[in-house]
Design a binder for this molecule. Structure first.
Ligand code: GLC
Length: 431
C-alpha cells in the first residue's frame, strides 16, 4: 500500500505520540502541557500583530468581506504591499520595551494572502511585489529581542477557490485540507522553533472536517514544545476570549486577546484608542485570574506602527519597568473586590493595584489573612496599617497617586491572601 506524504507523516506522528503517552495517557499529557506552558504562564503579556493586504486599504482586516471586494480586485493590493525592510524589528523592540514576552503575527489572515514563502501558492509575499519572506523577518526580529515567537493562521480563507466550497463538497474539502496542512507544515518546518500556533476562524468546517486532531499531531511531532490555541475546534492548550476578560472554566489556561482601538488590522480612521490606564488595568485583571493578555497592533502597509499605539505601549512599558515583577509569574489571586483597585498575588504577597487613588488612606474589606507589613512600591516606604476583623486600613499615604497610571502596594500576609466577602454580610461589625 502506498501512503501519501500526509498519511505517512500522520502515521509517524501517531506512533511518536503513542509512545510518549503510553504510560498513563492523561497524566503524561497534563505533565507535558505543564512543561510546555511554563514560560507562557510566567510571561503574562504578549503582542498580537495583524498585518496583511488589508493594511494597504486601512479600513479594518475584514474589508474584503465587509465591502464585498471581488477576488481579482483584492489581489491587486499585493502590487501595492511593499513594506520597508525589517519592519518587524521595530515591533519587536516596542514589544520588549512594553514588557511583552512574546509575539503572535498573522501569517495568513482570512484574506488568504501568505506573508511567508510557500510551495503551495503564489499568493504569498515573496512571489508578489513585496519579494520577501515577512515571516522570516519577523522570526529574526523577535529572536533578536529574546522574545518567544507565535504565528496566527486563519483556517477560513476568502481567496482560495475551495475556501468556502469545502463546506459542501467533499472533493473540495480534501483538496483544501491538503492545502491547509501543507501551509501549516511549512510554518512549522521552515523557521526553526515555533513557540505558539494560533489558529483562527474554522468556518466552514468542524474539527473532523479540518482533520484537526491529525493536523495538530503533525504539528507537535515537528514542534514538540509548541503551544496551540483552541480555534481549530479542539480545546488543545488554551482558550481565547476575544475583546473580553473571562477566565476559562476548571483552571484551563486562557489568553484574552484585545485591540488597542476597535480594529485588529490597520484602520486609519479608527480613533477609539484605549488609554494606558485601561491597558494596565486589563493586564492586571488577566494576571489576577490566571490568564495572559495578548494586545494587538495593526501596522501600516509599510510596517510602521501607528503613532498612538507607540505612545500607549511606551507608557505601559514605563509602568512595567517599575512594576512588572507584580505581573510576571503571578498566581491566581482570590482577592478581587474593590472599586478603586485590582489585585495580583505571588505566594503570600498581595499586590494592590490602585487605579483610582483615594488619597491618604485606603481600605480593603474582608481580607481574611493576617497582614504582616505593607510597602508602597513607588516610594519603597513602609505603609502603616490597622487590621480589624473585616477591614484593613492603610494610612499615611500620599494625597496624590504616587505612580501612573496605577500605583501598587505590596502587602505581606501570613498566609495566602483571601477575601471573605460573605463573612462581612453574615457578621457585619456593629460597633
Ligand atoms: C476574529 C476576527 C479576526 C481577528 C481575530 C482575533 O476572529 O475575525 O479578524 O483576527 O478575531 O482574535
Amino acid at each position: 500500500m502506498k501512503l501519501s506524504r500526509r498519511e505517512a507523516l500522520n502515521a509517524m506522528a501517531m506512533g511518536a505520540v503513542a509512545t510518549r503517552l503510553a504510560a498513563a495517557p492523561q497524566d503524561a499529557a497534563e505533565q507535558d502541557r505543564a512543561r510546555r506552558m511554563r514560560w507562557w504562564h510566567e510571561a503574562k503579556f504578549g503582542m498580537f500583530i495583524h498585518w496583511g493586504l488589508y493594511s494597504v486599504l486601512g479600513r479594518h482586516e475584514w474589508v474584503m468581506e465587509n465591502e464585498g471586494i471581488p477576488v481579482p480586485e483584492y489581489e491587486k493590493l499585493a502590487d501595492r504591499f511593499r513594506p520597508k525592510p525589517n519592519a518587524a524589528r521595530d515591533w519587536a523592540r516596542l514589544a520588549k520595551q512594553a514588557g511583552m514576552k512574546y509575539m503572535v503575527m498573522t501569517s495568513k489572515h482570512h484574506e488568504g494572502f501568505c506573508l511567508f514563502d510557500s510551495k503551495n501558492t503564489n499568493y504569498c509575499a515573496p512571489k508578489q511585489a513585496c519579494g520577501r519572506d515577512l515571516v522570516k523577518e519577523y522570526f529574526d526580529a523577535a529572536r533578536a529581542e529574546g522574545l518567544r515567537v507565535g504565528l496566527y493562521y486563519s483556517l477560513m480563507d476568502w481567496h482560495h477557490p475551495d475556501g468556502a466550497r469545502c463546506g459542501r463538497d467533499e472533493a473540495a474539502r480534501e483538496r483544501f485540507v491538503e492545502y491547509t496542512q501543507g501551509l501549516v507544515g511549512e510554518l512549522c518546518t521552515n523557521y526553526g522553533k515555533l513557540d505558539i500556533l494560533w489558529y483562527d476562524v474554522a468556518w466552514p468546517l468542524d474539527a473532523e472536517g479540518w482533520e484537526s486532531a491529525e493536523m495538530n499531531r503533525m504539528v507537535r511531532e515537528v514542534q514538540p514544545d509548541i503551544i496551540l490555541n483552541n480555534r481549530s475546534k479542539l480545546p488543545e492548550d488554551f482558550g481565547t476570549p476575544e475583546q473580553r476578560i473571562v477566565p476559562e472554566k476548571e483552571g484551563r489556561a486562557w489568553e484574552a486577546c484585545m485591540t488597542m482601538n476597535d480594529s485588529w488590522g490597520y484602520h486609519a480612521a479608527d480613533d477609539a484608542w484605549k488609554s494606558p490606564k485601561e491597558i494596565v488595568r486589563n493586564l492586571v485583571r488577566c494576571a489576577r485570574d490566571g490568564g495572559n493578555y495578548l494586545l494587538n497592533i495593526g501596522p501600516k502597509p509599510d510596517g510602521s506602527i501607528p503613532e498612538e499605539s507607540v505612545r500607549i505601549l511606551t507608557a505601559v512599558g514605563r509602568w512595567m519597568d517599575r512594576n512588572g515583577h507584580t505581573i510576571y509569574g503571578a498566581e491566581r489571586c482570590r482577592v478581587n473586590r474593590s472599586q478603586f483597585a485590582n489585585f495580583t498575588r505571588k505566594g503570600n504577597t498581595l499586590y494592590i493595584h490602585v487605579h483610582f487613588w483615594p488619597g491618604e488612606e485606603l481600605s480593603i474589606g474582608g481580607l481574611s489573612s493576617e497582614v504582616k507589613s505593607a510597602r508602597l512600591l513607588a516610594t519603597g516606604k513602609n505603609v502603616p496599617f490597622q487590621q480589624e476583623r473585616f477591614r484593613v486600613r492603610f494610612t499615611g499615604l500620599p494625597a496624590r497617586a504616587p505612580d501612573s497610571p496605577v500605583s501598587v502596594l505590596a502587602v505581606e500576609c501570613a498566609s495566602e491572601p483571601r477575601q471573605d466577602t460573605m463573612g462581612i454580610r453574615d457578621d457585619r461589625p456593629r460597633t
